[in-house]
Design a protein around this ligand. Structure first.
Ligand code: HEM
Length: 440
């Protein structure tokens, strides 16, 4: 890209450098100031050539319409070369360690035709018809977590004592993995998504030591390579077991998966497990916590929802729009093309900022209001096109089940401290939310 790089865009209230660095700065996601940067871009340069310090430049795609059209054009914009925003140093490290642009080869890291062949293995499993069978069990898991909240004596940190554990239990159940491995799984998923936040890393280290001690080394750095090894070791065992002893679980579907008449490779299988546990965990827990925070902050919306539980599906859609736990995904153009009036060159990277798309006033006149009864809500948090979230029906089902159980039992609820977001620019949300409540 050369043409637009010279278009110094005069932003009202920002200069281009500031905006470019904010867009990638994990702290701007924690304090939510990135929403101001997004708004400025949507209004003044919705497809913006972005050159942050320490990152390869890319196009920021910030309007709902452009995010949708880029997501859907999977032949023009591919995933393989650049999946998410990483500093140049981290990209070079990955290349040196693995000889590839990725440490894993998950569904989001690959393109068709291989992508479709692998996705097909579990597509039916994630469809509503199959998930229906799990509805009763998910309701029981939701109830157990709400019971736990009730047992905590009217005060807790909702993120750390309830929301983080609930989707994890569901994922462990559908993969057929033992509850005794939950703490370790939580640590692995937290460290994959939270390495930019020392609190998240320290917490995950505490969880694996039983929460009793501070990390022995005081080291809050994640050794990503060791983490990948940990995934390989753990899921390598699961694959061997399910190939020898098939069961009625998703782990068996993956372990026994075949593409073009041959069993899928070890890297493909491990990557499948890795994306299922990671994508299925923090996203859903962040939405549940962030959704509850909005209900606390908007008592009239809470009252509306409690008075009419049939609004829960709409409220959940609004929570997903509001939180947008996956902040972006990237694509690379395979040919010269035009997006939002800007010429994109073959090889240019594009970042689709879903959170920005979900606050676009062209779609929702009152996009910055949280409303539980929106009739139409074309939120874009799950993406579009061939990579659209495989777990979207499961995620909706889980969050609905949690609020269906929680709301009728809640007599009152308020914040008991300052809620704080994680410092992360890829998958992010609340990392702590102290609350006080009365419930049955
Ligand atoms: C509120 C919760 C969730 C959100 C907001 C979310 C969001 C996303 C997004 C934005 C993508 C990429 C879409 C694209 O590139 O076009 C994605 C992909 C994916 N998600 Fe989710 N997700 C959620 C929950 C889940 C759950 C519960 C699971 C499974 C247990 C899951 C599994 C996946 C998988 C496997 C992919 C890769 C699909 C592909 O590339 O073909 N997600 N998700």
């Amino acid at each position: 890209m050369t043409e637009a790089a010279s278009d110094a865009v005069p932003f009202a209230g920002f200069n281009s450098d500031t905006i470019d660095n904010m867009i990638v700065n994990p702290t701007a996601y924690a304090d939510e100031t990135v929403l101001d940067a997004y708004r400025t871009l949507r209004e003044q340069d919705a497809v913006h050539w972005t050159e942050p310090t320490g990152f390869r430049p890319f196009w920021s795609i910030t309007s709902h319409a452009d995010i949708t059209s880029v997501s859907k054009a999977n032949d023009v914009f591919i995933n393989r070369l650049r999946t998410y925003l990483a500093p140049i140093e981290a990209e070079q490290w990955t290349l040196a360690q693995s000889g590839d642009t990725h440490l894993f080869r998950t569904l989001v890291d690959i393109d068709d035709p291989q992508h479709m062949k692998l996705r097909r293995l579990t597509n039916t499993w994630f469809m509503p018809q199959n998930l229906k069978k799990l509805e009763g069990e998910i309701a029981i898991i939701a109830k157990a977590h709400v019971d736990h909240m009730a047992s905590l004596g009217g005060a807790c940190d909702f993120v750390n004592e309830v929301a983080l554990w609930y989707p994890l239990r569901v994922i462990m159940r559908i993969l057929g993995l033992p509850a005794t491995d939950e703490a370790m799984m939580l640590q692995m998923t937290q460290e994959i998504f939270g390495p930019q936040d020392p609190d998240v890393v320290a917490r995950s280290k505490l969880i694996t030591t039983g929460g009793a001690a501070t990390p022995a080394t005081g080291n809050t750095q994640v050794d990503i390579f060791a983490l990948v090894q940990q995934f390989f070791q753990y899921f390598g065992g699961v694959i061997a077991d399910r190939r020898a002893n098939p069961r009625e679980d998703l782990s068996t579907v993956i372990a026994q998966g075949e593409v073009d008449g041959a069993p899928i490779g070890l890297m493909e299988a491990i990557s499948y497990y890795a994306i299922t546990v990671t994508a299925g965990h923090d996203t859903t827990s962040s939405t549940a916590s962030g959704g509850l925070l909005q209900l606390i902050r908007n008592p009239a919306e809470m009252a509306k929802l409690k008075a009419d539980p049939s609004l829960i599906p709409q409220a959940v859609e609004e929570m997903i729009r509001w939180v947008t736990p996956v902040k972006h995904f990237m694509r690379t153009a395979t040919q010269d093309t035009v997006v939002g009036g800007k010429t994109i060159r073959a090889g240019d990277g594009l970042a689709m900022f879903y959170w920005s798309g979900n606050r676009d006033t062209q779609v929702w006149g009152d996009a910055d209001s949280f409303r539980v009864d929106r009739k139409t809500n074309p939120q874009t948090a799950f993406g579009n096109g061939v990579h659209q979230c495989l777990g979207l029906h499961l995620a909706r089902m889980e969050i609905r089940a949690l609020f269906a159980e929680l709301l009728p039992r809640l007599d009152s609820i308020e914040l008991a401290g300052e809620p704080k977001n994680s410092i992360a620019n890829f998958v992010s949300g609340l990392k702590t939310m102290p609350i006080r409540y009365a419930m049955r």
